[in-house]
Design a protein around this ligand. Structure first.
Ligand code: MG
Length: 400
């Protein structure tokens, strides 16, 4: 199955008992045993993460270690190795970045990825990510697939909760487009973002126990009782969330560079490197199904001073020759015959799916709502006047 028109493909990834999984990589004897990563009970330590075998005893993260030991006297306490966790967390993000540059880490063991521009459906990439993270890093992960961040994250949690093994859940839960509200409806209200114990209590007093109850409650009433948040609650309860996956700056470009084994001023060699970099970038863009609008050239001279110069293309592209052409143009402007080069890099930035650069990168919820209104207006026009009535803006004027 490919794209369902108008729906985004968002995957939420959560590493299963992350700290414990990393500790098991370093000490296989921990496997299947009840253990917890955290501080010692004598020093009022807290459980940072606990194995699934430990969870059977009722141990949970954030619990006092002293209490955890009371619940399970044979509990093994492992001290954390935070650097290991950080390094592996970065590697998980690198793997995700191979599928889309639109990755938003939200904690050390959780991230969102937007795959809307990709060809296959979200489940396909969720499976690939799960397998790759397991085979390359040895880490178990659970994933939620949905048309937005809110539902994808809830999906991950439900997938994990539904897993009945004593081992890592390795769950994948998909919520098909259009089924967001139905999926959320039977869940307790506190499964929603922004619903803490206090809000849950207030909602219960009004007879709302499930998310479906909130969705069915009159929006005006919710707003009257909860203020601005009431409206948000009502939207979320219907499974609506237009918030974009926020990208960190580094992931917005694809580049290749090479330090020469010997500094070179051979123009043919330098041009050849520009060509091969451009080809690599083009292959990578195609794999990601992205186009770039800006080409960058990086030159480092033998004294290590480095210049980076860029230029915008008239049309976004993934074509190797176009990237090369622009890179050569920049090169000619900044390189003088005879000057030696230590490193040469080519990069492409201002990435987006073909034809959607601005919409994607400048997306804010308000624009998304505007887009939606526009889309429904267009659909209404089409329904009334047929396909031909809505094309370009100029055509629209004519039909008026
Ligand atoms: Mg986790």
């Amino acid at each position: 199955m490919g794209n369902v028109a108008g729906f985004r493909k968002i995957v939420h990834l959560d590493l299963d008992a992350f700290f414990c999984a990393v500790e098991e990589l370093h000490d296989a004897t921990l496997r299947h045993k009840p253990f917890a990563v955290g501080g010692s009970p004598e020093h009022r330590g807290v459980v940072a993460s606990c194995s699934y075998a430990a969870r059977k005893f009722g141990i949970r993260s954030a619990m006092a270690m002293a209490r955890a030991v009371r619940l399970c006297p044979e509990l093994i306490i492992v001290h954390h190795h935070f650097r290991n966790y950080m390094a592996l967390s970065d590697q998980v993000i690198d793997i995700m970045n191979n599928y889309s540059p639109i990755v938003q880490p939200i904690s050390i063991d959780e991230a969102f990825i937007d795959l809307s521009h990709q060809v296959e459906d979200g489940l396909y990439y969720a499976k690939k990510l799960q397998i790759e993270i397991k085979t390359q890093l040895g880490l178990p992960a659970s994933l939620g697939v949905a048309s937005n961040k809110l539902v994808a994250k809830v999906a991950t949690n439900i997938g994990k909760a539904a897993s009945h093994t004593d081992d890592y859940p390795n769950a994948i839960q998909v919520v098909p487009p259009g089924e967001e509200a139905a999926f959320l409806a039977p869940l307790p209200v506190d499964a929603l973002w922004g619903v803490g114990p206090k809000t849950a209590e207030k909602l219960a007093e009004l007879g709302m126990h499930t998310i479906g109850d909130v969705a069915a409650y009159p929006e005006r009433e919710l707003e009257r009782r909860f203020g601005q948040i009431g409206g948000d609650l009502h939207r979320r309860a219907q499974g609506i969330d237009n918030s974009p996956v926020h990208v960190s700056h580094e992931t917005k470009s694809v580049s290749h560079e090479e330090t020469f084994s010997q500094d070179t001023n051979n123009e043919r060699q330098l041009r050849e490197v520009i060509r091969s970099h451009s080809q690599s970038i083009s292959r990578r863009l195609r794999k990601l199904n992205l186009y770039g609008s800006t080409v960058k050239l990086k030159l480092r001279w033998p004294d290590f001073t480095t210049i980076t110069r860029q230029n915008s293309l008239t049309e976004p592209t993934d074509d190797a020759r176009q990237i090369e052409k622009m890179a050569v143009e920049i090169f000619k402007k900044h390189w003088k015959i005879g000057r030696k080069v230590r490193l040469l890099g080519v990069g492409v930035s201002a990435l987006g799916p073909p034809g959607h650069q601005l919409i994607l990168w400048d997306w804010n919820p308000r624009d998304a709502e505007k887009q939606e209104r526009l889309q429904s207006a267009i659909q209404a026009l089409r329904a009334r006047y047929g396909e031909a009535s809505v094309g370009k803006a100029s055509a629209l004027k004519v039909s008026r």
